[in-house]
Design a protein around this ligand. Structure first.
Ligand SMILES: *Cc1c(COP(=O)(O)O)cnc(C)c1O
Length: 463
């Protein structure tokens, strides 16, 4: 799919060019529960409420743009994953999706573990109170300093990504008088059906050690010989925003095949298998994600079946959902600045954020939905493009959306399912300070990550 291939669309839905949209929804005021956090709904006056708080109050109190996170929804999703996998498995939340100390505490309280992949994420995880043994450290280029800190603080697992790193971790652990638990990340040669930049298990990419050509088997051989390491398992992460379980099926088959080869060669049965994350969520009503219990059942059955066939004891399974937990819990609240109809082309609706708070549309051609949330409207649907305030024409938030034709400056829009990979990938492009994350629960709103200020920008600029 080419980014430049989108034809100019008409303003109404009577003649639709190719695009992501089909027809205007039957009810523009409806909020599809698939894409919105569970406490989101319209009040009697038509304005949207979340966690019992009116979005107009949120905008007034915290300003726009703002990420608004439904704490009850977050906790419930975390609990659903934890419950679905039960006591014989571990759920590691992928911190890169969105991490803050409040989130770390919720995860801890709900019984989840945590994946980090940088010193900054490790610091946040520890500072938020996650016990080190419940943390796994990832990344394809962990620095010596990061590895040292991880080993010193006692992280439960380091996921090894290369031969060189294996030696580094072993050396650092030995010199600290420790034996570090590790997994080896392998690439199983699966093409996940997702965007190229977020597919991670085909062989020609930077992550992991290929199973092909016996490279992963060689990595295991070396890891078993290194004193500073305790090899506990094999890790595979096939990509992100995946709906089809067949990729996991092939991955599990190949990882269990490696476990069998290890048993045959070394008489060692590794006790753990980590199948990564990547489970898709609904960004628009067209997406149909699976429930955690369905995913858990499918993955557990696949691994059980493969192990039985290989006559292996079933290893402890880990999964690493990031997006599937935090993605649907938040929306981005924007204020409409200008509405610009271009005759014969389309209407551009500009909001007070953009690619600095949501890079995914520009980066992955991601689809989002959007709704007018400060009021209900009976106006006709208008096909619009929601854009940001940055100095690039690619600064698109929602490529094609239907909004009420009476949309006007000062109206509040919300883009749902922005909990994952939006704040965590946010930038200061155009020196626009990054928005806050506001958590709402039971009628109360509180800032968990404050808005960046212009003073923050100047503090980094030492002149
Ligand atoms: C990104 C990542 C995840 C989480 O992916 P989601 O799509 O957010 O579920 C899990 N594990 C690893 C190793 C990752 O890199």
């Amino acid at each position: 799919m080419s980014r430049s291939a989108h034809p100019a669309g008409p303003r109404y839905a009577d003649v639709l060019p190719e695009g992501h949209y089909t027809a205007p929804p039957a009810d523009l005021n409806a909020l599809d529960p698939k894409v919105w956090a569970q406490t989101v709904g319209r009040g009697e006056d038509g304005a949207v409420r979340v966690g019992g708080v009116d979005v107009k109050v949120l905008a007034e109190q915290f300003g726009t743009p703002a990420y608004v996170l439904d704490e009850a929804d977050f906790r419930e999703r975390a609990r659903a994953w934890r419950g679905a996998f039960g006591q014989d498995a571990d759920v590691f939340y992928a911190g890169k999706a969105f991490l803050s100390r409040a989130v770390v505490r919720w995860l801890y309280e709900e019984g989840l573990n945590l994946d980090v992949c940088s010193g900054g994420e490790l610091t946040t995880a520890l500072s938020g109170g996650m016990p080190a043994e419940r943390i796994a450290f990832h990344g394809n280029n962990k620095s010596t300093e990061e590895i040292t800190r991880a080993v010193e603080s006692g992280v439960g697992r380091i996921v090894l990504d290369s031969f060189q790193e294996m030696v580094r971790v072993a050396h650092i652990a030995s010199s600290l008088g420790k034996r570090q638990r590790v997994l080896i990340r392998v690439t199983v040669g699966v093409e996940a059906h997702t965007h190229e930049f977020i597919a991670t298990a085909h062989e020609d990419q930077k992550f992991g050690i290929p199973l092909a050509g016996g490279q992963a088997a060689e990595a295991v051989r070396r890891a078993l010989r290194l004193d500073g390491l305790e090899l506990v398992g094999i890790h595979s992460h096939i990509g992100s925003q995946i709906f089809d379980m067949s990729g996991f099926e092939v991955a599990a088959h190949r990882v269990v095949g490696l476990l069998k080869d290890i048993r045959d060669e070394h008489s060692v049965e590794l006790p753990e298998i980590d199948l990564g994350g990547g489970l898709g969520i609904a960004y628009t009503s067209d997406d149909d994600p699976r429930e955690p219990h369905e995913i858990a059942k499918a993955l557990t059955e696949i691994v059980g079946r493969e192990c039985e066939a290989a006559r292996l004891r079933t290893p402890r399974i880990s999964v690493e959902p990031g997006r599937a937990i935090v993605g649907p819990t938040a929306f981005t609240l924007y204020e409409v600045g200008t509405v610009k109809p271009l005759d014969g082309l389309r209407t551009y609706v500009s909001v007070d954020g953009g690619m600095s708070d949501n890079i995914r549309t520009a980066l992955y051609d991601a689809d989002y939905s959007v709704a007018l949330v400060s009021r209900a409207s009976d106006a006709e649907p208008l096909l619009v493009r929601v854009v940001g305030k940055h100095c690039e024409s690619g600064d698109i938030v929602v490529r094609d959306a239907f909004l009420p034709a009476d949309l006007a400056p000062g109206d509040l829009l919300a883009v749902p399912a922005t909990g994952a990979y939006c704040r965590s990938m946010a930038s200061n492009y155009n020196h626009v300070p990054r928005p806050p994350v506001v958590a709402v629960n039971d009628g109360e709103a509180r800032v968990i990550v404050r808005r960046e200020t212009e003073e923050d920008l100047l503090r980094l600029d030492v002149g």
